[in-house]
Each structure stands twice: as structure tokens, then as C-alpha cells.
Design a protein around this ligand. Structure first.
Ligand code: 5GP
Length: 203
């Protein structure tokens, strides 16, 4: 299954996903995006993102090596196709941490994808998290707050909303909501066919 996790910049989704991977990493594969944004202090190429220049990013688009891509506050971000398809074939739930335009494109291509939106309890909390992170200039914070206002309008397209008040509780809820998707009948068709066959032979 594809699990798309979006949220306002500063909603705490990065921390949530790191915890989810630390606690339940055997169940999930985390996609690493490509971006033209410069690395923040401590970010590692190939782990946090594949940091590319614009020309290289364009090349990936033209070679159809991105499952989706979008522009977000002056930079491009995209999901490399190979890893996602490989992990899905291996039966993993693949987690994409992407913004809303990308999320909607994924839903268009994979209607079974589960879209989860993470938000802090209030706009004030969002602003203070962005400021306290200390990695963004005032100008970028302003642009990201504006972008959050735009994204708030699109939240209705998502399947679930997770109000992140407490990281530990939110991590568990996130894990549960993903696991519950496996109970959808559409995910269990081979099982149903199998049991149906057995019922007939036992008749
Ligand atoms: P940041 O610069 O804070 O790491 O990310 C900015 C935004 O880009 C976040 O909302 C993040 O979810 C989104 N993003 C990261 N990777 C991708 C991607 O591969 N595709 C899309 N569409 N958005 C992404």
C-alpha cells in the first residue's frame, strides 16, 4: 500500500515519521525524495533527501523517473519512482512524506493510496514551531505560513486528519490507522477468493 503523509510545514510530521520508522520500521519502507532545496544543517544526502541541482531534477522529470513532483516555496520536490515500485512489489507499505499537489497526483494514479494529513492543534502553535526550529529565515517562514493557508483548503481531499498534540500518541494512531487499512475488503480479495474456494470443496 502507498501511505501519503502531508502536513503544514512545522506540523511535526518529520518527527512522527522518524518515530514510526524507529518503532515499526519492519512494516514500512520510507521513500526518500529528490529536491532542489539546499540541505539544512545536519541533513544527509541520500537519507533525508537526494539533493539535486535544477538541471539534474529536470533530467529526472524527462526520463520519467519521478512518480510525481511539485514546486513548493521556490524549490522542486519529487518522488523517485524505482524505489517505490520495488518496495511495493516486495509487499511493503511505502510511506511518502509529500505536499498536497503531489498527494493528489498519487491518489489519481493509485486510488487505493491512503492520504493522511498531520496538523498541529492551532495556527499559533504552527508558527511557534517554525520559529523555534531556527532553520528558516523570516521570509521563508512567512511564505510557508501562506502556503499552509492554501493547503488548509485542500485538506478535504485527504482520508484522515491527525491532530498532533502528543508525539507518542500520534505515532501510535498513525501506525494503527495504517494497519487498519489492511482490513479493507479491497486489500483482502485474494483471501476471500481462497476461502471461497475452500468452502466449495468442503461442501
Ligand atoms: P521541507 O523543505 O520542509 O523538507 O519540505 C517542504 C515540503 O515539501 C513538505 O510539505 C514536504 O512534505 C514536501 N515534499 C517533500 N518531498 C516531496 C516530494 O517528493 N514530492 C512532493 N510533492 N512534496 C514533497
Amino acid at each position: 500500500m502507498l501511505i501519503v503523509i502531508s502536513g503544514f510545514s512545522g506540523a511535526g510530521k518529520g518527527t512522527l515519521i522518524r518515530r514510526l520508522m524507529a518503532e515499526h520500521g519492519e512494516d514500512y519502507a520510507l521513500s526518500v525524495s529528490a529536491t532542489t532545496r539546499a540541505p539544512r544543517p545536519g541533513e544527509v544526502d541520500g537519507k533525508d533527501y537526494f539533493f539535486l541541482d535544477k538541471a539534474r531534477f529536470q533530467e529526472m522529470i524527462h526520463e520519467d523517473r519521478l512518480l510525481e513532483y511539485a514546486r513548493y516555496v521556490d524549490n522542486y520536490y519529487g518522488t523517485p519512482r524505482d524505489y517505490v515500485e520495488e518496495q511495493m512489489r516486495a509487499g511493503k507499505d511505502v510511506i511518502l512524506e509529500i505536499e498536497i499537489q503531489g498527494a493528489l497526483r498519487i491518489k489519481g494514479q493509485y486510488p487505493e493510496a491512503v492520504l493522511i494529513f498531520v496538523t498541529p492543534p492551532s495556527a499559533e502553535e504552527l508558527r511557534s514551531r517554525l520559529v523555534n526550529r531556527g532553520t528558516e529565515t523570516d521570509e521563508v517562514i512567512r511564505k510557508r505560513m501562506n502556503r499552509a493557508a492554501d493547503e488548509a483548503v485542500g485538506v478535504e481531499a485527504y482520508d484522515y486528519i491527525l491532530i498532533n498534540e502528543d508525539v507518542e500518541r500520534s505515532t501510535e494512531l498513525l501506525h494503527k490507522v495504517i494497519q487498519i487499512q489492511h482490513m479493507r475488503v479491497s486489500q483482502k480479495l485474494p483471501f476471500i477468493y481462497e476461502i471461497n474456494k475452500e468452502l466449495r470443496t468442503l461442501e
